[in-house]
Design a protein around this ligand. Sequence first.
Ligand SMILES: [Zn+2]
Length: 240
Amino acid sequence: MSKSAKVKKKANNTTPSKDFKQGFYEPNADWIDISITIKNHMVHWPDDPPVLIERILDMKSGSNCNLSVASMSLHTGTHVDAPCHFLKSGVGIDQIPITAIIGLARVIEIQNQRKINLKELHLHNIGSGERILFKTRNSERCWKTGTFVKDFVYLSTEAAQFLASKKVQTVGIDYLSIGGYKKNETEVHRLLLEAGIWIIEGLNLAHVEPGIYELICLPLKIEQGDGAPARAILRAIQKT
Ligand SMILES: [Zn+2]
């Protein structure tokens, strides 16, 4: 290959994507971290064991490296639920389609202080294939305390049926369950998972305005895991 051909090949490799050229993505927009930090004794679902992270090798004590072990539920902090969490024949988190957790997502702000109901969802013109992240008062309220908040804002059963009928791709919520504590937790999970909708829980959207974003949310690839902690980030989309 001649020198000029090499240069040309390199230039082709760095050609911006079609979306980028159309100004669809904002190249300088900052990524917003919408994940909860995993730490010792952090808040968790009441039935789950405590989160324990222990440093078993410590350089301060003469070890040649630092090394820690962790013990926690797979539904700790920001995490993705797998279908097998509530469906006997559902697949595990290792089978998640990448398109469910990377791509455009819409942050919808919910005004209702108790639950996400059908009436409010109807205001947002939700369509097939969407990735929807619900920003509720949970984001500002629930993460400030290390104690589990029982009365967090959750998805009503009717709203879950609606999202299932709309065939959205992914639904996210800003506390530890999409269904209400000791309310409709099981039925809401089943409705969504049976409809093939992936569920992201434990988001913090306090510092995110409603709108369209690019989402990346990658749960750990745990074989047949019923869920897995994830790092979730958003990037604003340039309006053209
Ligand atoms: Zn869940």
